[in-house]
Ligand binder design. Structure first.
Ligand code: AMP
Ligand code: ZN
Length: 136
């Protein structure tokens, strides 16, 4: 993809603070971090989202997440992290090259990722059945 920003970072046509790279994957710091050390991990191969990405590439991304996250946390003194994949504009995806966010979390940082809600009586059964029936 000639004009994809993340493909261009992977090809070193655009600058980035790369913290790790190998044959399949590149990991670099997010330029507008939600927390210090916020890191993006991408497969080199272009895909618009995780639903179109090759499973082999996702396995390589996962391996890199497991490899680099302890270093991200220990270097920043973070106690945990969120691993997120925004998919679709409605979910906040703005770069349409598959990427995983590693968001370091710090004691008392006050971030609340997901507000919880509740199902009406009988609703959870209907939703589960709807999903199963769409699987075919
Ligand atoms: P998303 O909203 O999941 O598509 O996330 C895209 C992320 O890419 C955002 O958090 C941006 O701050 C980040 N971003 C955009 N351009 C760059 C860039 N050139 N280098 C590093 N991070 C970037
Ligand atoms: Zn791309």
């Amino acid at each position: 993809m000639d004009d994809c920003i993340f493909c261009r970072i992977a090809r070193k046509e655009l600058p980035a603070h790369i913290v790790f790279e190998n044959e399949h994957v590149v990991a670099f710091l997010d330029i507008q971090p939600s927390a210090k050390g916020h890191t993006l991990v991408i497969p080199r191969a272009h895909s618009a989202s995780i639903l179109e990405a090759e499973c082999d590439d996702m396995r390589e991304v996962c391996k890199v997440v497991q490899h680099i996250t302890p270093a991200i946390l220990s270097s920043l003194g973070a106690q945990g992290f969120n691993l997120t994949v925004n998919t679709g504009a409605v979910a906040g995806q703005v770069i349409f090259h598959t990427h995983w966010h590693i968001l370091p979390r710090f004691e008392g940082d006050g971030k609340k990722m997901w507000p919880h809600t509740a199902y009406a009586p009988g609703e959870i059964e209907k939703i589960a059945e709807g999903i199963r029936s769409h699987l075919g």
